[in-house]
Design a protein around this ligand. Structure first.
Ligand code: NAD
Length: 495
């Protein structure tokens, strides 16, 4: 059990002075402020990035508007080909990108390889296919002719303009690629603001995009704190924001966007996702499902389940087996290929999770497993299982975004549905059962943008994803993104 060696190009990349990516090149920020990027597995600072200022924002917006003029006129096939080449380049540089990602986020190396690189490439290729399939409709106007004149009409799908993509820290590459691909395929340009905790991989990917043939200015990357995102959303030269992050920030972004003159906004936010296990599920299968739903990437997945409802007749057996399975997890360095469970991504998050352990104890919840930080350098937190007393307990209502699974038993299917629907959110949910007919009857009654049956968390570019209720506005993937990144123009003709 030991860490894989970092590639020389990763060492060299981390040592570089990191600027902003504007107009196709790395440039120095106008700001003298920098932000430290810390490896959460060691607590060591691995790089400094610029905390961009208003002059940088102006420069990026000017560049993106020039990029838009060019890119919106590019042939659809050209757009698709650039995305395909970028997908190839991600794969060709797979290990380098995965190692940079693991160093900045603490994601275990297999997840960085499989999701941040391989899945990102898969998404790019899916979107590339849409480039040549975006079109309007021909329409037959409905009014009668007054004097023998005739009417015809058609619609055009036009790119919305300069998009601001604001990205969280949990999947800093894959989520950025979703936004980049949606923008580029529809003919928009994009400025991406990565999270202040995980800005590095995207700076490298921007260079690969130029190598893939993307004209300068079509993709700009501005690093920095939340003020950079706000400045971009409120800038008169940007036309749409695609935000992924927490509910409170999403609401602030939505306000800024509306205040900036109805800048279009897609908000992909968090929630408090539920997993419901029907009485017929085998206990071992339930435990596999709970680990898949709640503990992948230390629970730092927006769609991960945090509320688990198990039939009263099975809850003791499920909790006992889950405790055993979690106690055998190989917890360690994310650069060790044998590690199954790594650190959380940053120190404030680790402290937030510690606060939830204190809160659970204060409310007399039962800590079945974990409930502490792990005593080693870096941001390690025990995978934790909590048995709550009531649906009103804090751990069943606030998003922890960590490896904390909170349980409550239920007695009837009606009660299960009411528990799953408790609260204002609606990002995702899962039902686990051998009775598919029953599951299909229950699905329409569940408030969530995605309901999985006998699975949880898997996202596919062909299947729309997004939140209902307080978990967001808009959908990504499938054909759903087209609505958000294009304007529909109607053309009517009298002849
Ligand atoms: P966050 O809301 O704190 O930050 C997200 C991004 O917004 C960061 O880049 C941040 O710098 C920026 N930001 C902060 N203030 C801003 C402002 N006023 N205007 C514009 N931008 C601003 O979220 P986080 O802690 O980075 O990520 C975790 C959250 O993201 C969780 O709630 C999780 O559920 C959610 N999430 C949702 C999805 C989804 O697809 N629905 C996916 C991943 C994560």
């Amino acid at each position: 059990m030991s860490d894989i060696p970092l590639l020389p190009q990763v060492e060299a990349f981390l040592r570089r002075p990191h600027g902003l990516f504007i107009d196709g090149v790395n440039v120095r920020s106008h700001s003298s402020q920098t932000l430290a990027v810390t490896n959460p597995a060691t607590g060591q600072v691995i790089a400094q990035v610029a905390d961009a200022d208003l002059a940088d924002i102006d420069a990026a917006v000017d560049s993106a508007n020039r990029g838009f003029q060019l890119w919106s006129q590019a042939a659809p096939a050209t757009r698709g080909n650039v995305l395909l080449k970028l997908a190839d380049l991600l794969e060709r540089n797979r290990e380098e990108l995965a190692q940079i990602e693991t160093c900045q986020s603490g994601k275990i190396i297999q997840i960085s390889r499989a999701f941040e690189v391989d899945q990102a490439a898969h998404f790019l290729r899916y979107y590339a296919g849409w480039a040549t399939k975006l079109s309007g409709q021909t329409l037959t106007p409905s009014l009668p002719s007054f004097n023998g004149e005739r009417y015809t009409a058609f619609t055009l799908r036009e790119p919305v303009g300069v998009v601001v993509g604001i990205v969280p820290w949990n999947f800093s590459t894959m989520i950025a690629i979703w936004k980049l691909a949606s923008a580029l395929v529809t003919g928009c340009s994009i400025i991406i603001k990565p999270s202040e905790f995980t800005p590095l991989t995207l700076l490298r990917i921007a260079e690969l995009a130029i190598e893939a043939g993307l004209p300068a200015g079509v993709l700009n990357v501005l690093t920095g704190g939340g003020h950079v995102g706000k400045g971009l959303v409120e800038h008169p030269g940007t036309h749409k924001v695609s935000f992924t992050g927490s509910v409170p920030t999403g609401i602030a972004v939505g306000r800024s966007a509306m205040g900036a003159g109805l800048t279009r906004a897609t908000l992909e936010l968090g929630g408090k996702n539920a997993a419901g296990f029907l009485r017929d599920v085998d206990v071992d299968k339930a435990v596999d499902g709970i680990i898949e739903a709640g503990f992948l990437h230390s629970g730092q997945i927006c769609a991960a389940a945090e509320r688990f409802f198990v039939h009263r007749s099975q809850i003791d057996a499920v909790l006992e087996k889950l405790k055993l399975r979690l106690s055998r997890l190989n917890i360690g360095s994310p650069l060790d290929e044998h590690t199954e469970f790594g650190p959380v991504t940053h120190h404030q998050h680790q402290l937030k999770l510690l606060g939830y352990f204190t809160q659970a104890r204060a409310e007399n919840n039962t800590i079945i497993h974990g409930g502490t930080l792990i005593d080693r350098p870096g941001c390690y937190v025990e995978p934790t299982v909590i048995l709550a007393n009531s649906i009103n307990d804090t751990l069943l209502n606030e998003e922890t975004f960590g490896p904390i699974a909170t349980f409550l038993p239920y007695d009837s299917d009606e009660e299960l549905l009411a528990l799953m629907n408790n609260g204002p959110y609606g990002l995702s949910a899962s039902l686990w059962t051998n009775d598919l007919g029953k599951a299909l009857r229950m699905v329409p009654a569940i408030h969530a943008g995605t309901v999985w049956v006998n699975m949880h968390t898997l996202l596919d570019p062909a299947v729309p994803f997004g939140g209902s209720r307080s978990s967001g506005i808009g959908r990504e993937f499938g054909s759903a993104f087209i609505e958000d990144y294009t304007e529909l123009k109607s053309v009517m003709i009298r002849y």
